[in-house]
Design a protein around this ligand. Sequence first.
Ligand code: FAD
Length: 467
Amino acid sequence: MSSTSTTSGTATTGGAQRLTALRDAGLVVHAPGSDAYDALVSGFNLDNAVSPAAVVEPADAHDVATVVRLGNELGFGVGVRLTGHGLSPALDDQVMVHTGTLSELHVDPDARRARVGAGVVWQQVLDAAAPYGLGAVAGSAPAVGVVGYTTGGGVSPVGRTYGLGIDRVRSFEVVTGDGSLREASAEEDPDLYWALRGGRGTAGIVTAVEIELVEQAELYAGSMFFDGADAPAVLRAWASWSAALPEAATTSLAFMRLPPLPTLPPPLAGRFTVGVRFAWTGSAQEGAEALAPLRAAATPVLDGIGPIPFAAFGAIHMDPVDPMPVVEDHTLLAELPDGAVDALLALAGPEAECPQIMVEVRQLGGAMRHGTDAAFAHRAAGFSVHSVGLAVPPVRDAALGHGAALVEAVRPWSTGGRLPNFATRGDADWYRAAYGETGVARLREVALAHDPRGVLAGTRALRAATD
Ligand SMILES: Cc1cc2nc3c(=O)[nH]c(=O)nc-3n(C[C@H](O)[C@H](O)[C@H](O)COP(=O)(O)OP(=O)(O)OC[C@H]3O[C@@H](n4cnc5c(N)ncnc54)[C@H](O)[C@@H]3O)c2cc1C
């Protein structure tokens, strides 16, 4: 992606002039070399370092609009980031808006809604909703940003009951690439609303969302683990058991090869195990009954599934919280027949030379199949396959090669699609896989209508891949 050539009509100004203009506008700006800059550019995935020309901490949505307007006037690009859980464009020579200061969070228990600033992460929403017996369609990692997750579609550990994250968005407050602060909802600017539900940062910098909460105080949920030697029996049992599950259940399975860290539970540290995640939105008794056949598939080495408060949502996947360098690959499957199970076992099972710390299969479907039209294009997919490897030499190359081989091995059952949130490269193939041909065309149209100069990093990345 070129950071200097895609803004038409204006030449990119020098870095000093840009910093002066941002500061003269009353913005809090951090330049490279300062501790604040270093802290704000570092994120969860240490393999996705960004080095923007400057970082702005906006006091409010109007500050975000000011940065984008200056980008239009002076010819610089503007990117956005919060936690660094997702891959973002490199942002070289651009200005990065760090949304951590947009920390507004208001729960309306009567309307069962929340207004959530772009600097808020899921655990904050879960904690704020819990006193009212409410939950949210959060992602597996409560430390992920609500807005980043939601604009990518939002595949939740309770998604088969409650749908995608985007299905719970009433409206977005957003700064588009022309520097305007707008509202986008089904009624107001429906094209922008369409693009923001799945299109990630392509069509605007979201400053706040209004989301629906769900009436659910507790879940029967958590993770249980089996010894890696039982992987074939557990995966085969999981594939047939999950096919018959009602929408009250959402489940995933992960082949885990975790390092021997003292912070991990001993049955998991330094061993190959198979984790089964399960979340049941009905009664605890029904949940235990639904899970019983899978519990009998082999002897668990650790069983952490039971009644939990909704706010303990992170216990379902037990995702890592500390920053780490990772590389990922991913594909979507229409179904998971025996051939796909065999392919997964061949590359990630007990006999495999598997360099990944995790190979995960999530069951999709259920309520995720329904919902209004959005840039998110994968409601019909049955399963997600996702590999995560440590990005440390020499494992990094092995993990990248293995991830690609895994995607290739399950290609006969693949829809050819990719979830926008499990982003890898942002090239033309990736955009096609994420949005389909017609989706890419519509996303381009919406993005360019609101960002004719190509100021936003998301618009630039899309144009660089598809011009
Ligand atoms: C451990 C882990 C678990 C995860 N679990 C799930 C899961 O269960 N389901 C799921 O769907 N995804 C999941 N993800 C993916 C995650 O939802 C995406 O990476 C998401 O983009 C992270 O958002 P963020 O704001 O926290 O991250 P950031 O890295 O700060 O942002 C990533 C991207 O999100 C977009 N973005 C961020 N803020 C804004 C904004 N204000 N306006 C517009 N665009 C913005 C931009 O494109 C940005 O480049 C997981 C990721 C990790 C690392």
